[in-house]
Design a protein around this ligand. Structure first.
Ligand SMILES: Nc1ncnc2c1ncn2[C@@H]1O[C@H](COP(=O)(O)OP(=O)(O)OP(=O)(O)O)[C@@H](O)[C@H]1O
Length: 425
């Protein structure tokens, strides 16, 4: 499968963070700090009821320690959304590790709901300036998006030395795991996942967000088997219809040719990566993979796409259109691009409205006997010991790191959280 591609220039690098030190192990004090923000997945003994709220209550940021306090927030409304902190969560198991941090299953002490806790060490983010920028972007994007096939941000907070993102728990695990188990998917199975991803990308693009990092590892599954796109560390926000970005990032085998050529690029890169993902689902491998990274990158730019004989004509046609090297000629580019993707013949059996409303039954239903067991995650992670680590709220940390993450803290409004839960889960 894909490997993260590392550039040499420091400011373009996508580098691995600290994977080895068992760092951000979170302790707890067992004190209930229930704040009326029930959301996410209920554990087996959860009996919490939603707290009624008034119609005009909105999302807003809640300050922690040095965080900025939004002046638009009225005192009377603050009481509904109490700031979150580390002690509000019990860490149960490690779920996985990414380039920048560790993700654990945790339980909100007050509500008993389960979430995924992503922890990042500020210091390791500052090894390369881009890492810190990516994390800030991830936090901002996660707050903005709300979609059935995109992971929901529930809380964000920070300590002196760490950043915490509390996310909807994708208990079905990684799509990558299902792909590895099946070697390759039938076209019907692949179509379901690709179509849900089309809707997720459509939503992001409508907000001016280019996702840029589509790959099986970032496609998680919820408890019913629907896609939950995660990891917005590389996404680029605030692109207008004619804006283009030019930062080099992504995963080697999934990189679009225009990124490699350091050209300005736009949302067309996401349609390219969707094509690569579809190819991998249907054949078990990516189309331009070679013996080494240099050859892979060369093939992406120069090699003609070869689609195996067993892929249907409609499937071949869609792949050829998504994997056009010229982004301007690629299916999905231009103003009505997504509409044209959705009306391609390969999707003719898809009822897009039903799909968006989660009325289509997923082809693979994850086995979840008890969500707390995290059965769909690698034992390599789930068997790790959960260690307590001291809270560092007063230790020395360079001033620029401290200031950089002002406004990081966040609590999703209970209205948003509860409706997300009812509607989608
Ligand atoms: N919301 C979630 N629910 C369940 N598991 C999750 C969730 N988010 C992440 N994980 C697990 O943690 C792993 C690492 O998470 P993530 O990809 O977000 O980290 P990262 O440091 O941003 O990774 P990358 O190296 O891709 O940049 C995922 O592959 C997945 O197994």
């Amino acid at each position: 499968m894909s490997a993260v591609f590392e550039f040499d220039e420091a400011d373009l690098a996508i580098t691995g963070g600290d994977h080895t030190d068992g760092e951000e192990d979170v302790g707890h004090n067992g004190v209930s700090t229930h704040n009326g923000l029930e959301s996410g997945y209920a554990s087996e003994n959860d009996t919490a009821e939603p707290i009624p709220i008034s119609a005009d209550e909105r999302l807003y940021e809640v300050p922690l320690a040095e965080d900025f306090i939004s002046s638009s927030v009225q005192e009377s409304k603050r009481k509904h959304n109490k700031k979150a902190c580390k002690d509000d969560f019990d860490v149960l198991k490690v779920l996985g590790r990414g380039a920048y941090g560790k993700v654990s299953l945790c339980r909100h002490v007050g509500s008993n709901r389960l979430y995924a806790m992503k922890v990042l060490k500020k210091a390791s983010l500052f090894v390369h300036a881009k890492n810190a920028e990516h994390t800030k972007a991830e936090r901002e994007i996660l707050e903005e998006v709300r979609h059935p096939f995109i992971v929901q941000l529930m809380y964000a907070f920070q300590t002196n030395d760490r950043l915490y993102l509390i996310l909807e728990y994708a208990m079905g695990g990684e799509l990558f795991t299902q792909m590895a188990a099946e070697q390759m998917f039938s076209e019907n199975v692949a179509r379901f996942y690709i179509a849900e991803l089309v809707l997720a990308l459509e939503h992001l693009h409508s907000l001016g967000i280019v996702y840029r990092d589509l790959k099986p590892e970032n496609c998680l599954l919820d408890g019913e088997g629907h896609v939950l796109l995660t990891d917005f560390g590389l996404s680029k926000q605030a692109l207008g219809p004619d804006d283009k970005a030019n930062t080099i990032c992504g995963t080697a085998e999934y990189m679009a040719p225009e990124i490699l050529m350091e050209m300005h690029y736009d949302k067309s890169v996401d349609w390219w990566t969707l094509g690569i993902l579809m190819f991998e689902m249907l054949t078990g491998d990516t189309p331009f993979r070679a013996n080494n990274k240099k050859k892979t990158l060369d093939a992406i730019q120069n090699k003609k796409l070869m689609v195996p004989y067993y892929v249907t004509n409609d499937g071949k046609d869609l792949l050829n259109r998504l994997l056009r090297k010229n982004p301007n000629g690629r299916l999905g580019s231009g103003n009505d691009g997504t509409k044209r993707v959705k009306s391609h013949r390969w999707f003719r059996k898809i009822n897009w409205n039903d799909l968006k409303e989660r009325k289509v039954t997923p082809p693979i239903i994850p086995v979840v006997t008890n969500p707390e067991l995290a059965e769909n995650f690698s034992e390599k992670f789930t068997s790790e010991m959960i260690k307590e680590s001291p809270v560092d709220n007063h230790g020395s940390i360079e001033a620029h790191m401290k200031d950089y993450f002002q406004n990081f803290s966040y609590v999703a409004h209970s209205h948003v959280l509860m409706s997300a839960f009812d509607q989608y889960k």
